[in-house]
Design a protein around this ligand. Structure first.
Ligand SMILES: NS(=O)(=O)N[C@@H](Cc1ccccc1)C(=O)O
Ligand SMILES: [Zn+2]
Length: 324
C-alpha cells in the first residue's frame, strides 16, 4: 500500500511471499494450497507442515487459524512465526522433528485478507474488525466472522443482527465466504467418517487469554459438552497457559458469544479447540496496535504452548488420564 501505519507488520502480498519462501526452502515438509477466495477475491491460503507432506497420512491433524478479525495483525505474525519454527526447526530440534513427523499441521495464516488489507491501507490504522462484504440495505459493510459460524448461530444474545454493529452475525450462518471456505475445509478433513483434525487454536488479540468452549452458555457441562470433555479443555488450556502466562478460562466467563468458531469446531466437529487472545494484556500495552518491535517476543512467547497442544493432539483426553 502507498501508506502503511507500521511496515513491521506483514501485509497480504508480503505474506504470500513468505509462504512461497518457506515452501521453497522446505519442499519435503511444507506445502501451500488455496482453499478458497475471500469476498474481494483474495486467495485463502493453507500451509500444511508434515513429513511426506504431499501424502495424506493417517496421523492426527492440528489446525491453526489466524486473523478472523482484521485489526488483530499480531495473529498473522504468529502464523509466520509458527511456519518458520516448525520448518527451520525440523531435523535440528528433536521435539519439533518428532511432532512434524507424527502430526499433520494446517496453518491458515490469514482468513480475513480483505479486512486486514483495508485496515492497513492508509497512513493510520482504521480499527476494522469484520470482513468487507456489503450488507443489503445498509451502508455499513462487514460481517463479524467470529459470529457467523453455524453452531447455535444467533442463539443467545452473543452477537448482533444490526449490520452496522462490529459483532454483526450476517444474514445467515456461513453467509461470509471466508467462514464458508474454512468450514468446508474442516468438513473436508473428515476421512472415512472420522474428523482427522483433533485439536485447534484460533488466534486473536488482545488480553492474553486462553479460552475454550462453549461461548454461547455460562454452563460448563451442557448439551454437547460432558464433564470429561469440559475437563479436557480446561486441563489442556491450563497446561498451555502455564507455558505462555496467559489467563485460562471458559470463553463465556468473559462474555457470551454465539456463532463463534470455538463452538462450531467443538459442537459440530468435536475438535478440542481454544481461542488465544494474544498480547497486550490491556489497551495500555497498545491495544490492537502494539508497535511491531514486540512481534518477535510476543510470537516466540507462544512456542512452548503450541508445542504442548501438538503433543496432546494424538489423544487430548490423555491430559485428564482418560483414553476416550
Ligand atoms: N478478539 S476479540 O476481542 O474480538 N475476542 C474474540 C474472542 C472471544 C470470544 C468470546 C469471549 C472472549 C473473546 C471475539 O470474537 O469476541
Ligand atoms: Zn478477535
Amino acid at each position: 500500500p502507498l501508506a502503511d501505519p507500521d511496515p513491521g507488520y506483514t501485509g497480504y502480498a508480503e505474506l504470500v511471499g513468505v509462504i512461497d519462501e518457506v515452501v521453497a526452502a522446505h519442499p519435503d515438509i511444507a506445502a501451500r494450497s488455496v482453499i478458497g477466495r475471500s469476498h474481494e477475491g483474495r486467495d485463502l491460503l493453507a500451509v500444511k507442515i508434515s513429513d511426506n507432506v504431499d501424502v495424506d497420512e493417517d496421523q492426527p491433524e492440528v489446525l491453526f487459524v489466524h486473523a478472523q478479525h482484521a485489526r488483530e495483525h499480531l495473529t498473522v505474525e504468529m502464523a509466520v512465526h509458527l511456519m518458520r519454527l516448525l520448518t527451520d526447526g525440523y531435523g535440528g530440534d528433536p521435539r519439533i522433528t518428532d511432532l512434524v513427523d507424527d502430526r499433520e499441521i494446517w496453518i491458515l495464516p490469514n482468513v480475513n485478507p480483505d479486512g486486514s488489507e483495508y485496515d492497513m491501507a492508509g497512513s493510520t490504522w482504521r480499527n476494522w474488525r469484520k470482513n468487507r462484504q456489503p450488507n443489503e440495505g445498509s451502508s455499513s459493510p462487514g460481517t463479524d466472522l467470529n459470529r457467523n459460524w453455524a453452531y447455535e448461530w444467533g442463539c443467545c444474545g452473543g452477537s448482533s443482527g444490526n449490520p452496522s454493529s462490529i459483532t454483526y452475525r450476517g444474514p445467515a450462518p456461513e453467509s461470509a465466504p471466508e467462514v464458508r471456505v474454512v468450514a468446508d475445509f474442516v468438513r473436508g478433513r473428515v476421512v472415512g467418517g472420522e474428523q482427522q483434525i483433533t485439536t485447534a487454536i484460533d488466534f486473536h488479540t488482545y488480553s492474553e487469554l486462553i479460552l475454550w468452549p462453549f461461548g454461547h452458555t455460562y454452563d460448563d457441562v451442557t448439551n454437547g459438552m460432558t464433564r470429561e470433555e469440559y475437563d479436557t479443555h480446561a486441563a489442556l488450556g491450563e497446561h498451555m497457559a502455564e507455558a505462555n502466562g496467559y489467563t485460562p478460562q471458559q470463553s463465556s466467563d468473559l462474555y457470551v458469544t454465539d456463532g463463534s468458531i470455538n463452538d462450531w469446531l467443538w459442537g459440530d466437529q468435536r475438535i478440542v479447540n481454544f481461542t488465544y487472545e494474544m498480547y497486550p494484556r490491556s489497551a495500555a500495552g497498545g491495544g490492537f496496535y502494539p508497535p511491531s518491535s514486540v512481534i518477535e517476543r510476543e510470537t516466540a512467547r507462544n512456542e512452548e504452548a503450541v508445542l504442548r497442544l501438538l503433543d496432546y493432539a494424538d489423544c487430548p483426553y490423555r491430559i485428564i488420564g482418560e483414553e476416550a
